[in-house]
Design a protein around this ligand. Structure first.
Ligand SMILES: [Zn+2]
Length: 94
């Protein structure tokens, strides 16, 4: 899977202009932090961009619903689930 280029920092309603397409009058925008090739945050608070939810969804290749869910809070469907099934099931015969 490709590493997303952005990390959702939150959702704001005091910025109503999309930093992607410039559309204004949005109800809310999503704060996005740029990531480097390794998926680490590649910037400071000044580098955060504010995209409308549809543009944020496009940028992340996510659905709009997932974007808003994630942006609203890490409570339920946090993006940082890295649970892997146990790997050490090497059953040896005998
Ligand atoms: Zn936009």
């Amino acid at each position: 899977m490709p590493i997303p280029k952005w990390k959702i920092k939150g959702i704001v309603d005091d910025i109503t202009e999309c930093g992607c397409c410039g559309r204004r009058g949005l109800k809310r925008t999503v704060a996005l932090m740029p990531l480097d090739a390794d998926g680490n945050e590649d910037g400071t608070a000044e580098d955060v961009v504010y995209y409308g939810t549809s543009c944020a969804a496009t940028a992340l290749s996510w659905t709009q619903g997932k974007v808003t869910d994630t942006a609203r809070g890490p409570g339920r469907a946090g993006p940082a689930r890295r649970l892997r099934p146990p790997d050490d099931q090497h059953l040896r015969p005998g």
